[in-house]
Ligand binder design. Structure first.
Ligand SMILES: NC(=O)c1ccc[n+]([C@@H]2O[C@H](COP(=O)([O-])OP(=O)(O)OC[C@H]3O[C@@H](n4cnc5c(N)ncnc54)[C@H](O)[C@@H]3O)[C@@H](O)[C@H]2O)c1
Length: 336
């Protein structure tokens, strides 16, 4: 079997998470690393072995890559993704797909016309805590009547660019996107949404969000997200309430599933599991390579990515215009 020839575009933190995983996959050959800062490309390539280095996407294309991982900052994803798809290469792009509706439209058009496969990196779906929630719901052990989610950040100072919306696209695209993606993954299609937001400490348009969602299934859920909560835990939590039952995550470390009184509380603790595994990064990479090798569907393909991009834009619109949004109608209009 020919190995998948993979190039990396953007040689920072998350690129190294992926190259560590891909480097252990026998189906993959990491052939090149490109970064506008050549020293970053050289540093990552040195940790891989034989990979060549460059500064542009064309440098990777010249190495005859089948697939490119786009791991540059948020607002720089659309152009290289479209360029890869136009060249018929497969793309794994880190979150977010885009930071506005136009970007999502460009990528979807390019993906529809391309022989290449598009995948969005949404590792939280495969985090062990969330995989456990999903399996409880899918098995019918937990009917999610209502839910409460939160995902915070310590501050927007370290690193400083996290306060710069020209780099992040906004806090929801940077951080909260992880749990926003889980909403429809866990509870099915959203019917309506409403978001109240304010800017408390940063130059960004908003850095505090309170959201309310209704789902076509009847589930109702709230999601709150603050960009300046200090680095105090708990930081990230999902609580799902069923019929005399609660399932609850604690960071990416633990899940508790509790039924009524007089019954055992089931706890799974992933403290001793390696970060790349329990965080879902290893599984998303494995599923993506499976899809390339077997010709199947990628884990988070173009339709899911596009719908998530619509959802993020609708949440910002609700906050700006102080109104409820019929999201089901939005999806019907945009996707059919
Ligand atoms: N899924 C996750 O848990 C997760 C975690 C961290 C980051 N991310 C995402 O990964 C992406 C990268 O984040 P990071 O933390 O690795 O950032 P980083 O700052 O560590 O690395 C980004 C790299 O891209 C390079 N770069 C910047 N602009 C470029 C351009 N136009 N062309 C070529 N190279 C360019 C920089 O020189 C740097 O080496 C972001 O989109 C971020 O949202 C995802």
């Amino acid at each position: 079997m020919d190995k998948q020839r993979i190039g990396i575009f953007g040689a920072g933190y998350i690129a190294s998470v992926h190259t560590d995983i891909l480097g252990q996959d026998d189906r993959v050959e990491l052939v090149g690393v490109a970064d506008m800062v050549e020293a970053n490309a050289a540093r990552l390539a040195a940790s891989i072995g034989n990979a060549r280095t460059g500064t542009t996407l064309d440098d990777l294309f010249r190495l005859d890559v089948d697939t490119v991982y786009i791991t540059t900052p948020n607002t720089t994803h659309v152009d290289p993704v479209v360029a890869c798809l136009n060249e018929g290469r497969n793309v794994f792009c880190e979150k977010p797909m885009a930071t506005d509706l136009d970007g999502g439209d460009h990528i979807r058009e390019a993906a529809q016309a391309s022989s290449g496969v598009y995948n969005l990196g949404m590792n939280r779906r495969y985090a062990w805590t969330h995989a456990k929630l999903k399996s409880l719901i899918d098995a019918g052990d937990l009917a999610p009547y209502s839910a409460q989610l939160k995902l915070n950040r310590g501050e927007l100072l370290r690193p400083a660019w996290t306060a710069d919306p020209t780099k992040t696209g906004g806090f929801l695209y940077e951080t909260t996107i992880h749990q926003i993606d889980l909403l429809q993954y866990l509870f099915g299609p959203i019917a309506t949404l409403r978001c109240a937001a304010r800017s408390a400490i940063s130059n960004a348009e908003f850095d505090d969000f309170s959201m309310l969602f209704t789902f076509e299934s009847g589930t109702v859920a709230t999601l709150s997200s603050s960009a300046h909560s200090g680095w105090s835990f708990p930081f990230e939590r999902i609580e799902i309430y069923g019929r005399y039952a609660t399932a609850m995550t604690e960071e990416l470390e633990r899940v508790r599933y509790a039924l009524d009184l007089d019954q055992t509380v089931h706890t799974e603790d992933y403290t001793h599991i390696a970060f790349a595994e329990k965080g879902g990064y290893a599984k998303e990479d494995r599923l993506f390579i499976d899809a390339l090798v077997d010709g199947g569907r990628p884990p988070v393909g173009i339709d899911d990515a596009y719908a998530l991009n619509l959802l993020l834009a609708a949440i910002y619109e609700s906050a700006r215009e102080n109104k409820e949004i019929d999201f089901a109608e939005r999806v019907r209009t945009a996707i059919g």
